[in-house]
Write a protein that binds this ligand. Sequence first.
Ligand code: NAD
Ligand code: IPM
Ligand code: MN
Length: 349
Amino acid sequence: PRVVKLAVIPGDGIGPEVIAEAEKVLDAATAGLDIRFDKTHFSLGATRFLETGETLTDADLAAIAGHDAILLGAVGGVPGDPRLKDANIERGLLLKLRFELDHYVNLRPSKLYPGVPGPLAEPGDIDFVVVREGTEGPYVGNGGSIRRGTPHEVANETSVNTAYGIERVVRYAFALAEKRRKKLTLVHKTNVLVHAGGMWKRIVDAAASEYPDVAVDYLHVDAATIFLVTNPGRFDVIVTDNLFGDILTDLAGAVTGGIGLAASGNINPDGTFPSMFEPVHGSAPDIAGQQIADPTAAILSTALLLDHLGLPGEAHRVTTAVEADIAGRDGSARTTAEIGDAIATRLQA
Ligand code: NAD
Ligand code: IPM
Ligand code: MN
């Protein structure tokens, strides 16, 4: 059989709860195929840090990089926990993985599934994908501060933008738009961030001539938040900077029925490194350990994983099972495991 080496990082908070269900569904979706998932579980995150003082060792990183793909729950402790102050799980673990494994496409699809109660009175058809740049922008960590602890403190965070880095993610977004409804929206803030924004705009405009079928438009990020609420149906593919993409995709999750449904893939399209699939949400310390987290986002992330592994049929079966489950939701409470079981059962049928 084909062997797929899968690194699993359940992480913190609700991470292990939702990943248990995602694994259940992945097993059900691939049962009977001539494929074996060879899984390695990595204990990483705030919990591991508090126990051992380690965030992501070189050995961890090398071991993870030796896999074909990664499934991640969520990492991070309670925001503001003083014991984690300098550990920076987000930077030292999650972003380190995205940067070291060159996940330059952070793919975040948003779809309003039939039957989902969303916050919008007249949502219309919502089906778009945010292609968030994943390795540059203000996330690079190029910054510093001086005179800390004095009234004269200075803090800088530099946004790093390269022509190479923008061009590769822009081309990915154009190619994706070509396969979809052929509409690409660049979101930035060119009226203020003239250097980075200007370069994004020029690169998109230059690439546009190579994708004549794709209609291109541009929105400032503040206006984009308006349209995501008032007319989300206008979007097909959005391409944007790392930080804008982070913010827009939590909003996108909220308008499509909640962050518990939003899946993502951190993709290295070149295949040099394993891609990593994870829900958009975090470790949700406020509801952790109660079996009330929605595992759907993690489960839909396995559909993105299957698609990436060249198993679009199995990916489609997962999404169909999720859609059927969602359509049957009547608001009555189910545990995290009950939702996972219900979706896995549909796949066995
Ligand atoms: P969060 O996404 O964890 O939680 C925001 C809100 O959404 C909370 O009220 C939470 O209960 C709710 N929520 C999240 N996932 C849900 C689910 N599956 N079902 C039902 N409700 C859900 O964001 P936060 O509170 O800002 O962050 C908590 C921690 O997670 C922080 O340490 C943060 O840095 C980290 N974080 C990690 C990731 C990641 O690992 N990819 C992503 C975002 C945040
Ligand atoms: C996400 C998260 C991360 C991000 C944090 C935890 C570093 O919010 O995956 O959306 O900002 O990318
Ligand atoms: Mn986020």
